[in-house]
Design a protein around this ligand. Structure first.
Ligand SMILES: Cc1cc2nc3c(=O)[nH]c(=O)nc-3n(C[C@H](O)[C@H](O)[C@H](O)COP(=O)(O)OP(=O)(O)OC[C@H]3O[C@@H](n4cnc5c(N)ncnc54)[C@H](O)[C@@H]3O)c2cc1C
Length: 451
């Protein structure tokens, strides 16, 4: 049991703010993106820098406290927050420095994608992140990081050059190809199992305006659009990244959308996307030249804070006609207009040419990632939406590969988290035994150390 005296002494030693139950700020500090998560930590330490993080790790060890680490708080499973224990909240660590000469950036783990992109784009530079600007760079990168530049530059984790990592024994280690290379390997896809990152260094690329947007069709045409899409999406050049599926317009009408970003020249993008824009009779064609920042926030209105969520996702081996039929059927029946899904992300180009053993992220050879991103506003709607999500996911099971993207796993998937690490699991287990044998970092999609 944590004494008040020990807690107070510890709190005064921190440079950053901290919150305990009953204090102003505590309730706001325990809110995460998924509002169905309602946990009450004993202490939330909003770290100001690496020294606070090191102190938190020491304090948690000394008092045998469970630790949750919070970056952007977007884990749908709620892994950024815990019941009773200590939340090491990195959300105030937002330092960032772009070096245009070396095309690299140093970024702290409290940054959101929107903040990161704004700073890098000021120099006409970018690297792969995700597609919703409020997501945290830290959790996203540590699990992989799939976004509009995936075909050209791979995952966010593929573009990390180095990280500063506070390990379970309270040391701060540099992880890179040259320093602690085993840790560097595991941190790129291993989902925070080995330590807490206090600073990332990424490689950047020149990126001007992109040709992006989407086309919308009546949801009744899902089957035809999907049949066209499955070939179109995979035959495009690396510069083309696409997603598709059932979504509702902001006034609540269900449609089937194909969204895309072409990250080469605008003229080339128009040519590459012409077959999609000429296919069928779209209700709306929203393609055009736009800044990368506009592209990166295009989907934001569909994912505001304050809603409950239940997500399921898995990579697919392919999309045969039988899978198309199931996708079509569930596109017609989603119970909530806030739900995005059934949905597909395409995995092609640079990401798929990297050896699956090169980083801890194993799932590089499956063409599609299948997602059901269910969301609703009232707790009373949870049961119906969760049941529909599971039914849809179960129906697609015959077409699924072994393994899901760790960043989309829901909490109940934990017994199967092993599949999310795929063929890299045994190597990750060895690393866990070396860097965190007592499983201090366990509120994540956990690799349990072997006895
Ligand atoms: C609306 C929305 C959109 C999304 N879009 C995409 C997308 O386009 N592409 C994509 O790939 N993913 C996407 N995701 C999934 C996203 O990658 C994960 O939710 C990811 O965990 C978010 O990171 P975070 O820092 O915000 O999360 P948090 O909940 O803060 O953290 C997630 C996990 O990472 C750990 N962690 C966080 N920071 C650190 C750190 N510094 N050191 C060690 N461990 C740490 C946490 O302990 C936790 O286990 C999306 C999620 C949401 C909710």
């Amino acid at each position: 049991m944590l004494s008040e005296a020990a807690t107070n002494t510890f709190r005064t030693s921190l440079r950053g703010a901290s919150f305990v139950p009953g204090e102003p700020g505590y309730d706001a500090a325990r809110i995460v993106f998924n509002r169905s998560i309602d946990r009450r930590p004993a202490l939330i330490a909003r770290c100001a820098g690496a020294a606070d993080v090191i102190a938190c790790v020491g304090f948690a060890r000394e008092h045998n406290l469970p630790i949750a680490v919070r970056g952007g708080g977007h884990s749908i499973a709620g892994k950024a927050i815990c019941e009773d224990g200590l939340v090491i909240d990195l959300s105030a660590m937002k330092g960032i420095r772009v070096d245009p000469a070396t095309r690299t950036v140093r970024a702290e783990p409290g940054l959101t994608l929107g903040e990161f992109d704004r700073e890098t784009q000021a120099f006409g530079l970018a690297t792969t992140m995700g597609v919703i600007s409020t997501t945290g760079i830290a959790g996203l990168t540590l699990g992989g990081g799939m976004g509009w530049l995936i075909g050209k530059y791979g995952l966010a984790c593929d573009n990390v050059i180095a990280m500063d990592v506070v390990t379970a024994d309270g040391r701060l280690l540099k992880a890179s190809e040259q320093d602690n290379a085993d840790l560097f390997w595991g941190m790129r896809g291993g989902n925070g199992n080995f330590g807490i990152v206090t600073s990332f260094e990424y490689r950047l690329y020149e990126l001007g305006p992109v040709f992006g947007g989407g086309v919308l069709y009546p949801v009744e045409q899902t089957r035809d659009v999907l049949r066209f899409y499955r070939d179109f999406a995979l035959s495009g050049p690396d510069e083309l990244s696409t997603q598709m599926g059932r979504i509702c317009t902001l006034d609540g009408a269900p449609v089937v959308a194909v969204a895309a970003c072409y990250s080469g020249s605008i003229e080339e993008g128009e040519k590459v996307l012409a077959p999609l824009r000429q296919f069928g009779a779209p209700i709306a064609d929203l393609f055009g030249a736009m800044s990368y920042l506009q592209m990166q926030s295009m989907f934001d209105p569909w994912f505001p804070p304050g809603r409950e969520a239940y997500w399921k996702a898995n990579f697919l081996n392919g999309l045969p006609d039988d899978a198309v039929e199931i996708f079509h059927r569930f596109a017609q029946t989603a119970p909530s207009s806030y739900t995005t899904g059934p949905w597909l992300e395409t995995v092609h180009g640079a990401v798929s040419r990297i050896d699956p053993a090169h980083t801890a992220f194993a799932h590089r050879r499956h063409p599609f990632n299948f997602l059901v991103l269910s969301s609703w506003s009232e707790p009373s709607e949870a049961e119906r939406n969760i049941a529909w999500t599971r039914e849809c996911w179960d129906a697609m099971r015959p077409f699924m590969a072994t393994g899901a993207y760790v960043n989309y796993l829901e909490d109940e998937a934990d017994p199967h988290a092993r599949d999310a690490y795929g063929a890299n699991y045994d190597r990750l287990l060895k690393l866990k035994n070396k860097y965190d044998p007592d499983n201090l970092f366990r509120i994540n999609h956990n690799i349990r150390p072997s006895a």
